[in-house]
Ligand binder design. Structure first.
Ligand SMILES: NC(=O)c1ccc[n+]([C@@H]2O[C@H](COP(=O)([O-])OP(=O)(O)OC[C@H]3O[C@@H](n4cnc5c(N)ncnc54)[C@H](OP(=O)(O)O)[C@@H]3O)[C@@H](O)[C@H]2O)c1
Length: 246
């Protein structure tokens, strides 16, 4: 994070894509608690427990649903958009590959469609709603394992590649949007290892204290976003504010 005076959040309206997920739901709830109007998007039935949020439906694999969601928000557009979706284990139970021998074209395409193409299409339809002359943020949940520099272990081929490609797109969008929206920030976020459906199959060997609660991760991520400046646009940050090398 660029040092300097932390930005006070000028966010009155936010949109969370993936509000049914472990982290997405916690982000939506935390924003509501902070007095922010929340557009809460999921592909399943809108969650009535998220009181006060305006529910919308979308599917990452259906561009029209994302376009329609953006259209719904046109009258009360968000200054903060978070793509909190993502996949590690596919719906049919296929887990991340440990070896190149396990690569399957169909699996690779599905992971990249959900983790890379989906958030990019959310950006395509949501970036035009961001204000031109005031602070705005588009963030996507990425992962530290998407860092090529940080990759010491290998494995999880499709997931790592999908997040590395997402990080590249976020950088590209930051450059493009920065030409017209001087106060806009585009950021990738690593939430830490968070207790959710996504991490559940991989929690057994974690050192004590490494697994965080979704609510704690959400608060940390929102605080990180609050402290970013336009000079940070295009970068990836962890939950503790540390910048992650691409
Ligand atoms: N949890 C961790 O430890 C961890 C660590 C590093 C990075 N991350 C990243 O954080 C993000 C969120 O993870 P999480 O832990 O909150 O996972 P999660 O609880 O499994 O939530 C995933 C979300 O993605 C949504 N989604 C999946 N496919 C979709 C589709 N086709 N259309 C619309 N929505 C779809 C799910 O919707 P449904 O409810 O409809 O399935 C759900 O809302 C992911 O990008 C993940 O890579 C998580």
């Amino acid at each position: 994070m660029d040092k300097g005076s932390p930005q006070q959040s000028a966010i009155s309206t936010a949109a969370i894509f993936g509000a049914s997920g472990g982290i997405g739901r916690a982000l939506a709830e935390t924003l509501r608690q902070r007095g922010v109007h929340v557009w809460a998007g999921s592909r399943s039935t809108p969650d009535t427990k998220l009181s006060g949020a305006a529910a919308f439906r979308f599917d990452l694999t259906d561009e029209n649903s994302i376009k329609a969601a953006a259209g719904q928000m046109r009258d009360n557009p968000p200054q903060l958009v978070i793509a909190a979706t993502g996949i590690l284990t596919l719906a049919d139970g296929t887990g991340p590959e440990r070896s190149y021998r396990k690569l399957d074209p169909q699996t690779m395409m599905e992971v990249i469609q959900l983790n890379t193409v989906g958030p990019a299409i959310i950006a395509k339809h949501m970036l035009p709603l961001l204000p031109r002359n005031s602070r705005s943020i588009f963030a996507a949940l990425s992962a530290r394992v998407g860092s090529i520099t940080d990759n010491g272990l290998g494995g999880w081929h499709s997931y790592r590649a999908s997040k590395a490609a997402l990080n590249m797109l976020l950088k590209n969008f930051a450059i493009e949007l920065g030409r017209t929206h001087k106060q806009a920030i585009i950021a990738g976020l690593h939430p830490g290892t968070v207790d959710s459906e996504l991490s559940r199959p991989f929690q057994s060997n974690l050192p004590d204290g490494q697994l965080s609660r979704p609510g704690d991760a959400a608060s940390q991520l929102l605080d990180v976003l609050d402290g970013l400046t336009p000079a940070d646009s295009g970068r990836i940050f962890a939950y503790d504010g540390q910048r992650i090398a691409p």
